[in-house]
Design a protein around this ligand. Structure first.
Ligand code: AMP
Length: 249
């Protein structure tokens, strides 16, 4: 069984981003970029299935700038076998990514495709769902446990009221939640090994996909600055302030 994972290059989660002065977006010049954390979990899940003998090959796919090669190298160091870079300078929105991933899937024919539940830069949380719709495949979102059986996957999902367990026929789409696994620490020998693994580069035109954005960002603004708090001497004073100043009770 072939497994494909989708890995996005995003601003590292430790970076405090700044909005550009023209409010057109976030300034990503000279900031540290890393693999989207949910995609690390997706890759770890796929590699564990390969190590358990369930999967025969793990292919990592990234769409975006040439630098996304680095993200693919990280996926290869975690244990993926090869990478596919869909290289483009175009701004990619979830629908375009879903179309690009579908084109790669049509060619590679994986039985399971694992994506993150959301990319921490755009927080869209849409790509996996759109991809399942385009392929007309079953999907299990927010997975916290995956088991593969004969032609089917059993997935535990984190829902509001607790945990839901569903089965779906393969091929299928799964998106990862935080508690699916803890990705391994990438070791130096594995980084060295990853350098020798193949990465194929294609362009959207090779896949007959037009990645042009469908949505227009009107503006991006910083969240309001939090005001400093005040110390109150006791609970009575707190209640008084909540009544008279904050007017919340
Ligand atoms: P989003 O819908 O943008 O929140 O992204 C959800 C998931 O789709 C991510 O966790 C990735 O697995 C995948 N994805 C989104 N954008 C890309 C991209 N440019 N390249 C590869 N995978 C992506």
């Amino acid at each position: 069984m072939k497994i494909m994972t989708a890995v996005k290059r995003v601003v590292d989660y430790n970076v405090k981003v700044r909005v550009k002065s023209d409010q057109s977006g976030v300034d990503i010049g000279n900031v540290k970029m890393s693999m989207n954390p949910f995609d690390e979990i997706a890759t770890e899940a796929a590699v564990r299935l390969k190590e358990a003998g369930t999967a025969s090959e793990v292919i990592a796919v990234s769409c975006g700038l040439a630098q996304s090669q680095e993200t693919l190298r990280t996926a290869l160091a975690i244990g993926a076998d090869r990478g596919v870079l869909v290289e483009t300078d175009a701004e990619l929105q979830p629908l375009a990514v879903a179309k690009l991933l579908k084109a790669v899937i049509d060619k590679e024919q994986p039985q399971l495709v694992i994506l993150g539940k959301q990319a921490i830069d755009d927080d869209a949380g849409q790509t996996g769902q759109m991809l399942a719709a385009l392929l007309d495949w079953p999907q299990a979102t927010f997975a916290s446990h995956i088991e593969i059986g004969d032609d089917k996957a059993t997935v535990m999902r984190e829902v509001d009221g607790g945990l839901e367990v569903i089965t779906l026929k393969l091929p299928a789409i799964v998106t990862t939640d935080l508690r699916l696994n803890e990705p391994r620490y990438v070791t130096l020998p594995n980084i060295m090994k990853a350098k020798k693994k193949p990465i194929e580069t294609v362009r959207p035109a090779d896949l007959n996909v037009d990645p042009a954005p469908r949505l227009k960002t009107l503006k991006v603004v910083e969240p309001p600055v939090r005001k400093a708090g005040v110390m109150v001497p006791n609970v009575a004073a707190l209640v008084e302030k909540l009544k008279t100043e904050a007017k919340v009770i």
